[in-house]
Design a binder for this molecule. Sequence first.
Ligand code: UN1
Length: 495
Amino acid sequence: MPEVFQNYIDGKWVDSRGGATFENRNPADWDDLIGVFPKSTVEDVDEAVAAAKAAFDAWRLTPAPKRGDILRRVGDLMVERKDEIATEMTREMGKIKAETLGDVQEGIDTAYYAATEGRRMFGHTAPSELPNKMNISFRIPIGVAGIITPWNFPMAIPTWKIFPALVCGNTVVFKPASYTPRTATTLVRILEEAGVPAGVVNLVHGGGSVVGNRIVEHPDIRLISFTGSSEVGKRISAGASETLKRVSLELGGKNAQIVMPDANMELALDGVLWGAFGTTGQRCTATSRLILHKDIHDSFVESLVERASKLRLGYGNDQGVDVGPCVSEAQRNTVHEYVEIGKNEGASLVLGGEFATDGDLAKGWFYKPTIFVDVSRDMRIAREEIFGPVLSVLKVDSLDEAIDVLNDSVYGLSSSIYTQDVNGAFRAMRDIEAGITYINGPTIGAEAHMPFGGVKETGNGHREGGWTVYEFFSEWKVVYVDFSGKLQRAQIDNY
Ligand code: UN1
């Protein structure tokens, strides 16, 4: 019998009212059934929202440092269980154990940051323009937050959103991706164990079209934080406008790494291998374009193909594996469709381009690391997010052209340049259109205490991570205290 999982509503573990369920399987071995999860209904979401709304008042009045103390316990529990959570996460979504350990660590970092933010959350005081009057401002919670998260960082990304939401005094309805309900359940169990009161965090499993849509339209949800595709992000933004919710969107990327002739080539190779094929290319920050200066293009491609061809595919919990499977059959099919598109567009396939099916790999959604050269900027494989192990190489004549090609994208999340020329590096820092730029580092590797997000169609201007996410999850309240004992009219009595 498979393990049966439940929703968590108002402090109780419950089945979906509708009784329907869905299965979750190991993407490296589809015979391995992880569990059965509730396929929730609109009614389940409504109950979760009602619980979150009812819990809001007591939670908002709990001192922020006390809320932070709970988050510290959450961090401690994650430290204790780091290995176990990572193993489970690799089984659930496929990336290798070293990476799932990193994913849990990002959650731990976020927990400890949130814990201390409970004692910071600074406001401002400013002088009044009138005598015997004081102007102060502080941050207040907003209400019920709808949290909708992807499967590629099943621990880190929910923590980026839920922990700041809680420290700021909001309550939460959490809908995790249906490929990673197990890891989401683990996170919610930890929150429960650490002492988050009933109703403050509610977990509702299920698909975007029912659970996600209801969260977006529900009038009692005041803000939405979503990470996923730009296509879905646009629909959420439109849907949430009906009730004027505050919305934070972290969406697609088509991130590029530039390599200049003066770069340290070994370093640049290590960077692109990690950036393009880490997490099987399934990161919003993955390197999916490589922009090479013509002077080093041929030799760099030769070394890259050689190194990439040696990457070992397999189950991420086994020793010595470099790259796991795609998360699902649908995702692998999408990757393969893009490979066909690339070939038809006239790009040259120099590595991969097919399913990996040797031995045990035949039981999972494996795809060989794939590299295209002779890619031009107008091709779809140079423009659209693929979310898989496919790298498109473009050749340029100069730094100006490299930056121009990099910026020729509707997206602007992460970016990278390898160069030893300080002048070129500073021009790149200034002129690259992206939320994140790495100098001599790959496009992946953002740290939890720095703002995370992108420009253009990568988002809608908000940032997760660091201090900026606390701005999203709170509102400003301004209070004027007049202790003069008389009516003082601003702008009038003093001029
Ligand atoms: C994502 O790809 O959705 O910088 C998040 C990184 C990670 C976070 C990625 N720390 O690649």
